[in-house]
Design a protein around this ligand. Sequence first.
Ligand SMILES: Nc1ncnc2c1ncn2[C@@H]1O[C@H](COP(=O)(O)OP(=O)(O)OP(=O)(O)O)[C@@H](O)[C@H]1O
Ligand SMILES: [Mg+2]
Length: 278
Amino acid sequence: MYEQYWSLKEKPFQNTPDPKYLYLSSQHEDALMKLTYVVAQNLGAGLLSGVFGCGKTLLARVILKDLGIQKFCTAYISNPLVSEPSEIIRAIVRSLSPQDLPDRKSEILVDPLLEKMHNILLDNAREGRQNIVIIDEAHTIEDPRIFEQLRLILNFQTENKFLLTLILLGQPEIKAKVDALKPLAQRVPIRCQLDPLSGKGVGAYMAHRIKVAVGDGESDVVAILADDVVASIAKYSGGIPRRINTLCDLILLSGFAKKTKKIDNNFVDSVIKEFSLT
Ligand SMILES: Nc1ncnc2c1ncn2[C@@H]1O[C@H](COP(=O)(O)OP(=O)(O)OP(=O)(O)O)[C@@H](O)[C@H]1O
Ligand SMILES: [Mg+2]
């Protein structure tokens, strides 16, 4: 909408988990390295926690993209809010191998589903493909039986390796939920956390996204990177990327609507008021 006005190839601040826009702050880099290590070394399970909007889902997308489809078979469960342990297994089987999903009524029971899953994992392993299961929003799981079920599938192993790598993503309360189940906690050797960006990090994050969106050309949108503007955006957003994106997108929209390219901290405040951002 405002791309042409600001000489942009794309909108820089969209709230979508597009790996192309990944800004590797030191903590994002650390988390990416640790989770990649869990996968590469077949360590069983890893946990990525962090407040809302800090980049957990985006990092999962980056990992999936980097893995490609050649050597890995991945199941990405975006919504683990299920009422029965069998449903989480069913969701994983569906994601790993939709054609193998049992449809007979008796097979909604957990045992046949687990057997089916075990066979899929073994087949993939025999064909040299590693199985990765990513459970996003894992903090929403209330029923300990679901976590217990996830622990049980980590028991699928050959003599020398795990048959799957499990990665749990969730808001900070996920850590306590995992720790409440000692046998599961012991099987999660690698943990990492994403916190909000620092003040400096906010500016670097914005500059990175603008660079990707501008490409080789030049754009007046860099006006948004003035120190006082970045400071206002950092204050409003608390360093949370999703909040930074929302505000920056509205600043660019408002500049376009008002036909101004002069962005200062008063302009930022007026946008926060105009759009009733909280
Ligand atoms: N490191 C980053 N580089 C670029 N963009 C980012 C980064 N971190 C977050 N974002 C942006 O912020 C948006 C929100 O991030 P994401 O959805 O990954 O957060 P989340 O931690 O999964 O939040 P929630 O707990 O609410 O699910 C992303 O769509 C992305 O546009
Ligand atoms: Mg998320």
